[in-house]
Design a protein around this ligand. Structure first.
Ligand code: FPP
Length: 254
């Protein structure tokens, strides 16, 4: 586990140089935590923290795209986040719309696919429309797939997969014996995507918070005490460098 606050520019540059460009993680997942505490430290409303968090999203998406990461999954709104005051929920939904409207052109130019995971049918209609527009515009791109996890919960996702599979059995389309790990994976929001190689959680918390519960079975975790609005591409390089120096055995022996 690594803790650090500020990196000197030349030190961080080294991490980029030290990264093996042939071993870039295919799928990086990030729990974008600490926006509220970042704002509180500055006596600002929590929503300012989320706004600052969007700037970090811009930088990290660009950095992942440049490095050749294939999938970036960002935990933007969980199934539990509805418990927050309605002003904060509304602010987050507005930020999503603003982000998609202002960024889709640039993302498209950078060959990024804008995708979402989670039950987006419960989001305000305007969010659903902007997500659909962004996906339609970018779906044929071949670069980074940006997965925005929205109204996403790992347990909800697994429950939905169980329902879908039970339905297939009820309709005699499959037998109970056909249930295996691949079938379950293919009924999740992340169907056809590789499991995350690396999960990053800033802000000093060590929880999964209902994120990608099934998919992180053999994911490497990386934590730092930096709040998300202060997280930058140099922290990302450090996380990737550390990841590349882990010994991934997937339960086997080398
Ligand atoms: C967690 O920090 C962050 C969130 C619940 C929301 C993350 C959303 C954004 C960064 C911006 C909106 C998203 C998009 C895709 C434009 P927290 O509020 O729980 O922080 P705290 O633990 O310090 O209170």
């Amino acid at each position: 586990m690594l803790f650090f606050n500020k990196k000197k520019k030349n030190e961080s540059k080294n991490f980029l140089e030290m990264i093996d460009k042939n071993k870039i993680p295919k799928h990086i997942a990030i729990i974008m935590d600490g926006n509220g505490r970042w704002a509180k430290q500055r006596n600002l409303p929590r929503t300012f923290g989320h706004k600052a968090g969007v700037e970090t999203i811009r930088e990290i998406v660009k950095a992942c795209s440049e490095l050749g990461v294939k999938y970036l999954t960002l935990y933007a709104f969980s199934t539990e986040n509805w418990k927050r005051p309605s002003e904060e929920v509304n602010a987050l939904m507005n930020l999503l719309v603003e982000y998609l409207r202002s960024e889709v052109q640039e993302l498209h130019k950078n060959n990024v696919v804008v995708n979402s995971i989670g039950d987006i049918s419960k989001l305000p209609l305007i969010c659903q429309e902007e997500l659909k527009n962004a996906y339609e515009k970018t779906k044929d791109n071949t670069g980074l797939v940006l997965n925005l996890a929205l109204n996403y919960g790992g347990r909800d996702e697994i429950k939905n997969a169980v329902i879908k599979i039970a339905q297939l059995i009820k309709e005699n389309k499959i037998d109970i014996e056909d249930i295996n790990e691949e079938l379950i994976s293919s009924n999740l929001y992340t169907a056809n995507m590789p499991d995350p190689d690396l999960l990053i959680r800033p802000s000093g918390e060590y929880r999964l918070s209902n994120f990608l519960l099934w998919q992180v079975a053999y994911t490497e975790f990386w934590y730092s005490n930096i709040y998300w609005p202060e997280f930058n591409r140099e922290h990302l390089y450090r996380a990737i460098y550390d990841y590349q120096n882990r010994d991934r055995r997937f339960g086997g022996i080398k």
